[in-house]
Design a protein around this ligand. Structure first.
Ligand code: KG4
Ligand code: ZN
Length: 342
């Protein structure tokens, strides 16, 4: 009678929703942090031709697919809404129109069954993603979150909170990859393209700056793309198809990637030492980067890198983070609002 048992409340399933940017995500996670389903409907192709996420298109697409993404997640988990004891949703930060789709859907789903609703900080989700699964990281630890929208280092002592130790002062690391790729005439998102090309390139062929602003643990990546632009000459030549064969793209990609990864690793090493920590969790889309993953092993700390579908935006990390936060009882959340900034 497994089915009947699952139908009872108290099975501990948390339904998470995430729509802060360009992925429509729903997941089911248990109280223990077991991911039972993690569905991600990527809008990447829709935005590719614009070279970046178009907010209006993102919101409309979320609205289009969110119901079926939730249905898929329930089906993957072999569950129904009756098995869900709490709903969790990304409240922010992110694109306001996109967030609103998730928040309204979450409110409607939770209210339809009188369930509590946990509003989750998207960044808290990234920071605690390594606490999911069968080898969860344990606090205290250092988290590096590097994606297209954010790049920061945080210290986690208690899983319900995190303290930002340093962050990017300008571009995010993923943004540096994306902008660099664009200058090199590669597709969007640029990180995977540069990662792939870099494998055949010489990382010491070109010298790019490794900016370390100030005394603290902040990052700066905007000088890097300018430097790449100068290296390429001022003409955005690739866009016009000129000179394509004459530019050592693989060497440029490898050298550019080396500069980004060096900057991330230098700050990680500094933070570990300063904070006296021995465990590191990597997260965000840039954690998919092969060079970063490989060289993080040289930090002298134990490093957790979740599977890629838990590194990039996903709802499992949102449901997972909700385990450590406060859920609002029904019906107090009915006027809950999304927040572009938290
Ligand atoms: O976390 P994410 O999916 O979305 C947010 O930005 O929140 O991260 C996407 C970013 C993009 O900038 C993409 O270029 C980068 O992660 N990325 C990578 C790799 N895969 C994705 N950057 C470097 N190497 C990769 N393999
Ligand atoms: Zn994110």
């Amino acid at each position: 009678m497994a089915h009947g048992l699952r139908g009872a409340r108290g099975d501990g399933l948390i339904l998470g929703l995430e729509t802060s940017c360009d992925d429509t995500c729903a997941a089911l996670v248990t109280r223990e942090g077991v991911v039972r389903a993690n569905v991600i409907a990527s809008q990447g192709l829709l935005h590719e031709r614009y070279g970046g996420v178009v907010p209006e298109i993102a919101s409309r697409q979320h609205l289009e697919v969110i119901d079926s993404v939730v249905d898929d997640a329930l089906e993957h988990a072999g569950a129904t809404l009756a098995d869900v004891e709490q709903v969790a949703v990304t409240r922010g930060p992110g694109l306001i129109g996109a967030l609103l789709v998730g928040v309204s859907t979450a409110k409607a789903l939770a209210a339809s069954r009188g369930l509590p609703l946990a509003p989750v900080d998207h960044l808290h989700g990234h920071v605690t993603a390594s606490m999911l699964g069968d080898d969860p990281i344990e606090p205290p630890y250092l988290a590096l979150v590097a994606s297209g929208g954010h790049t920061f280092l945080a210290r986690v002592d208690d899983p319900s909170e995190y303290r930002v130790l340093g962050e990017t002062l300008d571009d995010a690391a993923g943004e540096a990859f994306d902008k660099g790729a664009r200058l090199l005439g590669l597709g969007y998102p640029g990180g995977p393209e540069i990662d792939r090309l870099a494998r055949d390139g010489d990382p010491s062929a070109f010298e790019f700056p490794r900016s370390q602003p100030g005394e603290g643990l902040d990052f700066s990546f905007s000088g890097l793309k300018t430097s790449l632009l100068y290296t390429l000459g001022t003409e955005p030549f690739f866009a016009h198809g000129a000179k394509k064969g004459s530019v050592p793209v693989a060497d440029l990609a490898a050298s550019y990637q080396r500069a980004i990864v060096d900057a991330l690793l230098a700050r990680l090493a500094q933070a570990l030492e300063r904070e006296g920590l021995e465990r590191v969790a990597l997260g965000g889309g840039v954690a998919a980067n092969r060079e970063l993953r490989e060289r993080a092993g040289e930090l002298g700390a134990r490093v957790w890198v979740p599977p890629i579908e838990l590194c990039t935006d996903n709802a499992a990390m949102i449901a997972g983070a909700a385990r450590f936060g406060r859920a609002i009882p029904y019906p107090e959340y009915l006027d809950l609002d999304a927040a572009a900034r938290l």
